[in-house]
Unconditional design. Structure first.
Length: 227
């Protein structure tokens, strides 16, 4: 099946709406997934970095959870994303806090005060998040960083949206592409971050930031099934 042959929605019923409720479920699901994968992310990071990526991501997202409970009813998706951004920046150590914090902050700005996110806005959200990371981390695709998951995700989302598909197909395309991008970091030589000091010794190891990116985007799609 080609992209143009894909249905408007991957679900039997109408495509779910990406509203505030979805945004909150995404962040809650992300916290669950990151907690479950904390040790695995730490192991990836230990091989080419400081060994604390899983710990840092888990701590940051756990800090977000009580704040979600206090959100007022009129909260928009953008406001939720901004909350995530400020919490990650203030609680997550290492490079992950500033990078993911900037990503969520730029994503928040991309959707503005809209009450829900359509396919075009979803692409803008993902692209803004990726561009924020590029701006903050000065990394390009091929540098063995989380950008190697984000850029394929953005490109796949853009192609799906251009084909006229719904938000669920766009998000699924992004999640699948991010997973492939994370795997594709394994044979790369790192050119940014602590891993860059290892030279060719980094070959054969997956970038932990690309893996956490894949987990976050998969969580974003998975919660659609329970909408």
């Amino acid at each position: 099946m080609t992209l143009n042959d894909q249905p408007d929605s991957v679900f039997a019923d109408a495509a779910p709406t990406l509203d505030t409720a979805w945004t909150v479920r995404w962040i809650r699901r992300s916290a669950e997934v990151l907690a479950a994968n904390r040790a695995a992310l730490n192991t990836l990071d230990r091989e080419i970095g400081d060994g604390d990526h899983g710990e840092n991501m888990d701590r940051g997202f756990q800090a977000i959870l009580p704040k979600l409970d206090a959100l007022p009813d009129e909260t928009t998706p953008g406001a939720v994303l901004k909350l995530v951004a400020t919490t990650l920046i203030s609680t997550v150590g290492g490079a992950a806090g500033p990078l993911y914090g900037t990503a969520f902050l730029k994503a928040s700005g991309a959707v503005g005060d809209a009450e829900w996110v359509d396919a075009a806005a979803l692409v803008s959200l993902l692209a803004a998040a990726r561009d924020g990371i590029v701006l903050r981390g000065k990394a390009d695709e091929g540098d063995k960083t989380m950008i190697d998951a984000w850029t394929p995700a953005v490109n796949a989302a853009l192609s799906a949206q251009a084909a006229g598909t719904g938000v669920d197909v766009v998000l699924l395309a992004a999640a699948d592409a991010a997973a492939r991008g994370a795997q594709a970091t394994e044979p790369l030589v790192a050119r940014k971050g602590r891993a860059s000091y290892l030279g060719e010794r980094a070959i054969g190891h997956r970038d932990p930031g690309s893996q956490s990116t894949s987990l976050l985007l998969r969580a974003a799609f998975d919660v659609l099934a329970t909408a």
